[in-house]
Ligand binder design. Sequence first.
Ligand code: NAD
Length: 389
Amino acid sequence: MAIRVVLLGQGLVATHFAVGVERIKKGELEPYGVPFAKYKMVYDIKDIEIVGSYDVDEEKVGKTVYEVAVKSVGDILPVPETLKNITVRRGIHLGSMEGLPFRVKGLEDELGSTKAAIERLVEEWKQLQPDVIIEVATTEPAKAFHDVKALEEAIERDDRKRLSASHAYAYAAYLYAKETGRPVVFVNVIPSPLARDDAIVKLFEEAGSLVLGDDGATGATPLTADLLEHLAERNRYVLSIAQFNIGGNTDFLALTVPERNKMKEETKSSIVKDILGYDAPHFIKPTGYLEPLGDKKFVSMHIWWKTFNALEDELVVNLRINDSPALAGLLVDLTRIGKALVERGEKGTAYPVNAFFMKDPGPRGARNMSRIRAYYQLLDYLREKGVIK
Ligand code: NAD
Protein backbone atom coordinates (compact mmCIF):
# COMPACT_ATOMS: atom_id res chain seq x y z
CA MET A 1 0.00 0.00 0.00
CA ALA A 2 1.21 3.48 -0.82
CA ILE A 3 2.31 6.05 1.77
CA ARG A 4 1.00 9.40 0.54
CA VAL A 5 3.40 12.24 1.37
CA VAL A 6 3.04 16.04 1.33
CA LEU A 7 6.18 18.20 1.51
CA LEU A 8 6.20 21.64 3.15
CA GLY A 9 9.09 23.66 1.67
CA GLN A 10 10.34 22.53 -1.74
CA GLY A 11 13.99 23.40 -1.02
CA LEU A 12 17.15 21.33 -1.37
CA VAL A 13 16.27 18.69 1.23
CA ALA A 14 12.76 18.11 -0.15
CA THR A 15 14.17 18.00 -3.68
CA HIS A 16 16.86 15.43 -2.81
CA PHE A 17 14.16 13.38 -1.09
CA ALA A 18 11.82 13.51 -4.11
CA VAL A 19 14.58 12.77 -6.64
CA GLY A 20 16.15 9.99 -4.52
CA VAL A 21 12.86 8.20 -3.80
CA GLU A 22 11.88 8.24 -7.48
CA ARG A 23 15.32 6.94 -8.50
CA ILE A 24 15.10 4.11 -5.93
CA LYS A 25 11.62 3.26 -7.28
CA LYS A 26 13.05 3.06 -10.80
CA GLY A 27 15.74 0.69 -9.52
CA GLU A 28 18.62 2.98 -10.44
CA LEU A 29 19.84 3.80 -6.94
CA GLU A 30 20.98 1.85 -3.86
CA PRO A 31 19.43 3.15 -0.60
CA TYR A 32 22.71 4.24 1.00
CA GLY A 33 22.10 6.91 3.63
CA VAL A 34 18.75 5.35 4.65
CA PRO A 35 19.51 4.08 8.19
CA PHE A 36 17.16 1.07 8.37
CA ALA A 37 17.27 0.08 4.70
CA LYS A 38 18.89 -3.26 5.50
CA TYR A 39 15.97 -4.42 7.67
CA LYS A 40 12.68 -5.74 6.34
CA MET A 41 10.03 -3.20 7.27
CA VAL A 42 6.26 -3.33 6.85
CA TYR A 43 6.55 -0.52 4.31
CA ASP A 44 9.08 -0.56 1.52
CA ILE A 45 10.82 2.55 0.17
CA LYS A 46 8.96 1.90 -3.07
CA ASP A 47 5.64 2.48 -1.24
CA ILE A 48 6.44 6.19 -0.82
CA GLU A 49 4.36 8.36 -3.13
CA ILE A 50 4.76 12.14 -3.06
CA VAL A 51 1.33 13.64 -3.68
CA GLY A 52 1.80 17.31 -2.83
CA SER A 53 4.31 20.07 -2.27
CA TYR A 54 4.04 23.56 -0.78
CA ASP A 55 6.26 26.63 -0.83
CA VAL A 56 5.94 30.40 -0.55
CA ASP A 57 8.70 31.46 -2.95
CA GLU A 58 7.15 33.03 -6.07
CA GLU A 59 9.90 31.37 -8.12
CA LYS A 60 8.60 27.94 -7.06
CA VAL A 61 4.84 28.20 -6.51
CA GLY A 62 3.00 27.01 -9.64
CA LYS A 63 6.05 25.15 -11.04
CA THR A 64 6.32 21.38 -11.03
CA VAL A 65 8.68 19.64 -8.61
CA TYR A 66 10.49 18.47 -11.77
CA GLU A 67 11.16 22.08 -12.84
CA VAL A 68 12.31 23.04 -9.33
CA ALA A 69 14.60 19.98 -9.19
CA VAL A 70 16.14 20.58 -12.63
CA LYS A 71 16.99 24.12 -11.56
CA SER A 72 18.48 23.22 -8.17
CA VAL A 73 20.12 19.78 -8.66
CA GLY A 74 19.83 19.16 -12.43
CA ASP A 75 23.56 19.79 -12.94
CA ILE A 76 24.57 16.97 -10.58
CA LEU A 77 21.64 14.48 -10.71
CA PRO A 78 19.29 12.94 -13.29
CA VAL A 79 15.81 14.24 -12.45
CA PRO A 80 13.01 11.65 -12.89
CA GLU A 81 10.16 12.65 -15.22
CA THR A 82 7.58 11.36 -12.69
CA LEU A 83 8.12 14.58 -10.71
CA LYS A 84 6.30 16.43 -13.49
CA ASN A 85 3.05 15.21 -11.91
CA ILE A 86 3.43 17.31 -8.75
CA THR A 87 2.88 21.06 -8.81
CA VAL A 88 4.14 23.24 -5.97
CA ARG A 89 1.20 24.88 -4.19
CA ARG A 90 1.14 28.05 -2.12
CA GLY A 91 1.72 27.51 1.61
CA ILE A 92 1.45 29.60 4.77
CA HIS A 93 4.26 32.15 5.21
CA LEU A 94 3.82 33.90 8.57
CA GLY A 95 7.12 35.69 8.19
CA SER A 96 9.29 32.56 7.90
CA MET A 97 11.33 34.10 5.04
CA GLU A 98 11.47 37.62 6.48
CA GLY A 99 14.76 39.40 5.84
CA LEU A 100 15.84 36.99 3.08
CA PRO A 101 16.29 37.98 -0.56
CA PHE A 102 13.28 36.09 -2.00
CA ARG A 103 9.92 37.25 -3.36
CA VAL A 104 7.38 35.46 -1.16
CA LYS A 105 3.65 35.38 -0.59
CA GLY A 106 1.65 33.22 1.81
CA LEU A 107 -1.88 31.87 1.62
CA GLU A 108 -2.80 34.08 4.60
CA ASP A 109 -2.01 37.17 2.47
CA GLU A 110 -4.07 35.82 -0.40
CA LEU A 111 -7.06 34.80 1.77
CA GLY A 112 -6.94 37.58 4.39
CA SER A 113 -6.31 35.56 7.57
CA THR A 114 -4.29 32.69 9.00
CA LYS A 115 -7.47 30.87 9.95
CA ALA A 116 -8.73 31.01 6.36
CA ALA A 117 -5.33 29.78 5.16
CA ILE A 118 -5.44 26.83 7.57
CA GLU A 119 -8.97 25.96 6.41
CA ARG A 120 -7.83 26.07 2.78
CA LEU A 121 -4.99 23.65 3.54
CA VAL A 122 -7.37 21.26 5.29
CA GLU A 123 -9.63 21.30 2.21
CA GLU A 124 -6.69 20.64 -0.10
CA TRP A 125 -5.43 17.82 2.10
CA LYS A 126 -8.87 16.21 2.07
CA GLN A 127 -8.30 15.90 -1.68
CA LEU A 128 -4.62 14.88 -1.53
CA GLN A 129 -5.21 12.48 1.42
CA PRO A 130 -1.66 12.56 2.85
CA ASP A 131 -0.57 9.95 5.41
CA VAL A 132 2.65 11.82 6.17
CA ILE A 133 3.31 15.58 6.08
CA ILE A 134 6.95 16.65 6.20
CA GLU A 135 7.91 20.11 7.49
CA VAL A 136 11.22 20.94 5.81
CA ALA A 137 10.89 24.68 5.16
CA THR A 138 13.35 27.43 6.03
CA THR A 139 14.35 27.67 9.71
CA GLU A 140 12.13 30.29 11.34
CA PRO A 141 11.96 31.91 14.77
CA ALA A 142 9.25 29.98 16.66
CA LYS A 143 8.14 29.54 20.27
CA ALA A 144 6.20 26.69 21.84
CA PHE A 145 2.67 27.38 23.18
CA HIS A 146 2.29 24.41 25.56
CA ASP A 147 -1.38 25.34 25.93
CA VAL A 148 -3.96 24.39 23.29
CA LYS A 149 -6.20 27.34 24.13
CA ALA A 150 -3.34 29.83 23.71
CA LEU A 151 -2.52 28.34 20.30
CA GLU A 152 -6.15 28.41 19.15
CA GLU A 153 -6.58 31.98 20.38
CA ALA A 154 -3.48 33.10 18.46
CA ILE A 155 -5.01 31.59 15.30
CA GLU A 156 -8.41 33.26 15.99
CA ARG A 157 -6.73 36.66 16.61
CA ASP A 158 -4.58 36.18 13.50
CA ASP A 159 -1.56 36.96 15.70
CA ARG A 160 1.11 36.77 13.01
CA LYS A 161 3.90 37.79 15.37
CA ARG A 162 3.27 34.97 17.84
CA LEU A 163 2.39 32.20 15.38
CA SER A 164 4.99 30.41 13.28
CA ALA A 165 4.28 28.81 9.92
CA SER A 166 5.20 25.41 11.36
CA HIS A 167 2.61 25.78 14.14
CA ALA A 168 -0.03 26.74 11.58
CA TYR A 169 0.87 23.72 9.42
CA ALA A 170 0.83 21.35 12.40
CA TYR A 171 -2.56 22.70 13.48
CA ALA A 172 -3.91 22.23 9.95
CA ALA A 173 -2.64 18.63 10.02
CA TYR A 174 -4.45 18.03 13.31
CA LEU A 175 -7.72 19.43 11.91
CA TYR A 176 -7.35 17.30 8.79
CA ALA A 177 -6.88 14.14 10.88
CA LYS A 178 -9.74 15.03 13.20
CA GLU A 179 -12.21 15.90 10.46
CA THR A 180 -11.42 12.91 8.24
CA GLY A 181 -10.72 10.33 10.94
CA ARG A 182 -7.57 9.54 8.94
CA PRO A 183 -4.51 9.54 11.24
CA VAL A 184 -1.62 11.64 10.03
CA VAL A 185 2.09 11.75 10.81
CA PHE A 186 3.67 15.20 10.95
CA VAL A 187 7.44 14.95 10.61
CA ASN A 188 9.17 18.14 11.76
CA VAL A 189 12.83 18.24 10.79
CA ILE A 190 13.30 21.98 11.36
CA PRO A 191 14.16 23.58 14.73
CA SER A 192 10.64 24.94 15.50
CA PRO A 193 9.43 23.30 18.72
CA LEU A 194 6.47 21.08 17.74
CA ALA A 195 7.19 17.64 19.19
CA ARG A 196 8.47 19.63 22.21
CA ASP A 197 5.26 21.68 22.39
CA ASP A 198 2.78 20.11 24.85
CA ALA A 199 -0.11 21.74 22.95
CA ILE A 200 0.80 20.14 19.61
CA VAL A 201 1.51 16.72 21.16
CA LYS A 202 -1.85 16.84 22.97
CA LEU A 203 -3.76 17.73 19.81
CA PHE A 204 -2.09 14.94 17.85
CA GLU A 205 -2.85 12.47 20.59
CA GLU A 206 -6.50 13.49 20.50
CA ALA A 207 -6.58 12.95 16.72
CA GLY A 208 -4.89 9.51 16.95
CA SER A 209 -1.95 11.01 15.09
CA LEU A 210 1.80 11.40 15.54
CA VAL A 211 4.14 14.38 15.54
CA LEU A 212 7.84 13.50 15.21
CA GLY A 213 10.59 16.08 15.84
CA ASP A 214 12.35 18.39 16.29
CA ASP A 215 15.15 19.26 13.84
CA GLY A 216 16.73 16.42 11.90
CA ALA A 217 20.10 15.22 13.23
CA THR A 218 22.32 14.66 10.23
CA GLY A 219 25.83 16.05 10.23
CA ALA A 220 28.14 17.15 13.00
CA THR A 221 25.58 16.95 15.83
CA PRO A 222 25.05 13.16 15.86
CA LEU A 223 28.78 12.61 15.37
CA THR A 224 29.55 14.89 18.33
CA ALA A 225 26.93 13.03 20.38
CA ASP A 226 28.63 9.69 19.67
CA LEU A 227 32.10 11.06 20.41
CA LEU A 228 30.87 12.50 23.71
CA GLU A 229 29.33 9.14 24.63
CA HIS A 230 32.69 7.49 23.92
CA LEU A 231 34.40 9.92 26.31
CA ALA A 232 31.64 9.70 28.94
CA GLU A 233 31.78 5.88 28.99
CA ARG A 234 35.51 6.06 29.75
CA ASN A 235 34.98 8.74 32.41
CA ARG A 236 37.14 11.25 30.60
CA TYR A 237 36.37 14.76 31.72
CA VAL A 238 35.57 17.09 28.83
CA LEU A 239 37.14 20.55 29.19
CA SER A 240 35.74 22.16 26.04
CA ILE A 241 33.96 21.50 22.77
CA ALA A 242 34.19 23.68 19.68
CA GLN A 243 32.16 22.74 16.64
CA PHE A 244 31.35 24.83 13.64
CA ASN A 245 29.67 24.50 10.26
CA ILE A 246 30.16 26.69 7.21
CA GLY A 247 28.04 26.14 4.12
CA GLY A 248 26.94 27.83 0.94
CA ASN A 249 23.31 26.70 0.55
CA THR A 250 20.26 28.88 1.24
CA ASP A 251 19.75 27.15 4.59
CA PHE A 252 23.10 28.63 5.72
CA LEU A 253 22.14 31.96 4.17
CA ALA A 254 18.93 31.91 6.22
CA LEU A 255 20.94 31.16 9.37
CA THR A 256 22.88 34.41 9.00
CA VAL A 257 19.78 36.08 10.48
CA PRO A 258 20.47 36.05 14.27
CA GLU A 259 17.03 34.80 15.49
CA ARG A 260 17.26 31.84 13.13
CA ASN A 261 20.82 31.02 14.17
CA LYS A 262 19.64 31.02 17.77
CA MET A 263 16.96 28.41 16.93
CA LYS A 264 19.71 26.07 15.66
CA GLU A 265 22.04 26.82 18.54
CA GLU A 266 19.32 25.71 20.96
CA THR A 267 18.66 22.40 19.23
CA LYS A 268 22.36 21.68 18.70
CA SER A 269 23.62 22.46 22.21
CA SER A 270 21.26 20.23 24.17
CA ILE A 271 23.46 17.17 23.54
CA VAL A 272 26.29 18.29 25.83
CA LYS A 273 24.64 18.22 29.24
CA ASP A 274 22.34 15.31 28.39
CA ILE A 275 25.19 13.01 27.37
CA LEU A 276 28.00 14.12 29.68
CA GLY A 277 25.85 14.87 32.71
CA TYR A 278 27.50 18.29 33.09
CA ASP A 279 27.56 21.36 30.91
CA ALA A 280 31.09 21.39 29.48
CA PRO A 281 32.00 24.78 28.00
CA HIS A 282 31.07 24.66 24.32
CA PHE A 283 30.64 26.63 21.14
CA ILE A 284 28.33 24.67 18.83
CA LYS A 285 26.64 26.69 16.10
CA PRO A 286 26.11 27.02 12.40
CA THR A 287 28.83 29.59 11.94
CA GLY A 288 28.68 31.06 8.52
CA TYR A 289 27.73 31.33 4.90
CA LEU A 290 30.32 30.89 2.17
CA GLU A 291 28.66 30.57 -1.21
CA PRO A 292 31.33 28.57 -3.14
CA LEU A 293 30.97 25.66 -0.70
CA GLY A 294 27.41 25.17 -1.96
CA ASP A 295 25.54 22.28 -0.33
CA LYS A 296 28.79 20.53 0.64
CA LYS A 297 29.43 22.12 3.99
CA PHE A 298 32.69 22.28 5.93
CA VAL A 299 32.53 21.07 9.52
CA SER A 300 35.28 21.25 12.06
CA MET A 301 35.38 20.03 15.61
CA HIS A 302 37.79 20.21 18.56
CA ILE A 303 37.22 18.33 21.81
CA TRP A 304 39.63 18.51 24.70
CA TRP A 305 39.49 16.34 27.83
CA LYS A 306 41.24 15.16 30.98
CA THR A 307 42.36 11.55 31.08
CA PHE A 308 44.01 9.30 33.71
CA ASN A 309 46.77 10.85 35.80
CA ALA A 310 45.28 14.29 35.01
CA LEU A 311 46.85 14.36 31.57
CA GLU A 312 45.04 16.05 28.70
CA ASP A 313 44.09 14.76 25.25
CA GLU A 314 42.44 16.39 22.25
CA LEU A 315 40.76 15.41 19.04
CA VAL A 316 40.28 17.40 15.87
CA VAL A 317 37.86 16.32 13.14
CA ASN A 318 37.38 17.96 9.77
CA LEU A 319 34.59 16.98 7.37
CA ARG A 320 33.06 18.00 4.06
CA ILE A 321 29.45 16.78 4.04
CA ASN A 322 26.68 16.91 1.44
CA ASP A 323 24.17 18.60 3.72
CA SER A 324 20.74 18.12 2.15
CA PRO A 325 21.02 14.48 0.97
CA ALA A 326 21.95 13.48 4.54
CA LEU A 327 18.56 14.64 5.81
CA ALA A 328 16.71 13.39 2.73
CA GLY A 329 17.94 9.84 3.50
CA LEU A 330 16.57 10.06 7.04
CA LEU A 331 13.21 11.28 5.72
CA VAL A 332 12.80 8.02 3.81
CA ASP A 333 12.79 6.05 7.09
CA LEU A 334 10.87 8.65 9.09
CA THR A 335 8.09 8.36 6.50
CA ARG A 336 7.89 4.56 6.57
CA ILE A 337 8.33 4.27 10.34
CA GLY A 338 5.82 7.04 11.09
CA LYS A 339 3.12 5.52 8.92
CA ALA A 340 3.61 2.01 10.34
CA LEU A 341 3.59 3.28 13.94
CA VAL A 342 0.44 5.37 13.63
CA GLU A 343 -1.34 2.36 12.15
CA ARG A 344 -0.27 0.38 15.19
CA GLY A 345 -1.96 2.89 17.49
CA GLU A 346 1.03 5.07 18.44
CA LYS A 347 -0.10 8.66 18.98
CA GLY A 348 1.11 11.99 20.38
CA THR A 349 4.84 11.67 19.81
CA ALA A 350 7.30 8.72 19.78
CA TYR A 351 10.45 9.39 21.79
CA PRO A 352 12.46 6.36 20.57
CA VAL A 353 12.09 7.62 16.98
CA ASN A 354 12.91 11.21 17.88
CA ALA A 355 15.93 10.20 19.99
CA PHE A 356 17.67 8.74 16.94
CA PHE A 357 16.51 11.03 14.15
CA MET A 358 16.24 14.44 15.80
CA LYS A 359 18.65 16.98 17.28
CA ASP A 360 16.22 17.96 20.02
CA PRO A 361 13.89 15.02 20.59
CA GLY A 362 10.34 15.54 21.78
CA PRO A 363 8.42 15.44 24.06
CA ARG A 364 9.44 18.49 26.09
CA GLY A 365 12.21 17.69 28.57
CA ALA A 366 13.16 14.40 26.85
CA ARG A 367 16.84 13.51 27.03
CA ASN A 368 19.29 13.58 24.19
CA MET A 369 21.42 10.43 23.96
CA SER A 370 24.22 9.22 21.72
CA ARG A 371 22.96 8.07 18.33
CA ILE A 372 24.55 4.64 18.65
CA ARG A 373 22.53 3.94 21.80
CA ALA A 374 19.44 5.52 20.25
CA TYR A 375 19.81 3.36 17.13
CA TYR A 376 19.72 0.08 19.06
CA GLN A 377 16.92 1.24 21.33
CA LEU A 378 14.90 2.22 18.25
CA LEU A 379 15.59 -1.13 16.64
CA ASP A 380 14.19 -2.93 19.72
CA TYR A 381 11.16 -0.64 19.78
CA LEU A 382 10.44 -1.15 16.07
CA ARG A 383 10.68 -4.93 16.50
CA GLU A 384 8.41 -4.85 19.54
CA LYS A 385 5.81 -2.81 17.59
CA GLY A 386 6.08 -5.11 14.59
CA VAL A 387 7.36 -2.35 12.29
CA ILE A 388 10.52 -4.33 11.53
CA LYS A 389 9.77 -7.96 10.78
P1 NAD B 1 16.26 25.46 1.50
O1 NAD B 1 16.49 26.89 1.82
O2 NAD B 1 16.88 24.87 0.29
O3 NAD B 1 14.70 25.17 1.39
C1 NAD B 1 13.71 25.69 2.21
C2 NAD B 1 12.47 25.88 1.36
O4 NAD B 1 11.40 26.24 2.21
C3 NAD B 1 12.60 27.01 0.33
O5 NAD B 1 12.15 26.56 -0.94
C4 NAD B 1 11.70 28.11 0.87
O6 NAD B 1 11.14 28.91 -0.13
C5 NAD B 1 10.65 27.25 1.57
N1 NAD B 1 9.85 27.94 2.59
C6 NAD B 1 10.22 28.92 3.45
N2 NAD B 1 9.21 29.24 4.26
C7 NAD B 1 8.16 28.43 3.92
C8 NAD B 1 6.85 28.29 4.40
N3 NAD B 1 6.41 29.05 5.40
N4 NAD B 1 6.05 27.37 3.82
C9 NAD B 1 6.49 26.60 2.79
N5 NAD B 1 7.73 26.70 2.29
C10 NAD B 1 8.57 27.61 2.85
O7 NAD B 1 16.68 24.66 2.81
P2 NAD B 1 17.01 23.10 2.96
O8 NAD B 1 18.48 22.93 2.84
O9 NAD B 1 16.11 22.32 2.09
O10 NAD B 1 16.64 22.88 4.49
C11 NAD B 1 15.29 22.86 4.88
C12 NAD B 1 15.15 22.82 6.39
O11 NAD B 1 15.69 21.61 6.90
C13 NAD B 1 15.83 23.96 7.14
O12 NAD B 1 14.95 24.51 8.10
C14 NAD B 1 16.97 23.28 7.81
O13 NAD B 1 17.34 23.90 9.02
C15 NAD B 1 16.41 21.90 8.08
N6 NAD B 1 17.46 20.93 8.33
C16 NAD B 1 18.35 20.62 7.33
C17 NAD B 1 19.36 19.70 7.59
C18 NAD B 1 20.30 19.30 6.48
O14 NAD B 1 20.24 19.86 5.40
N7 NAD B 1 21.17 18.35 6.69
C19 NAD B 1 19.47 19.11 8.85
C20 NAD B 1 18.55 19.46 9.83
C21 NAD B 1 17.55 20.36 9.55
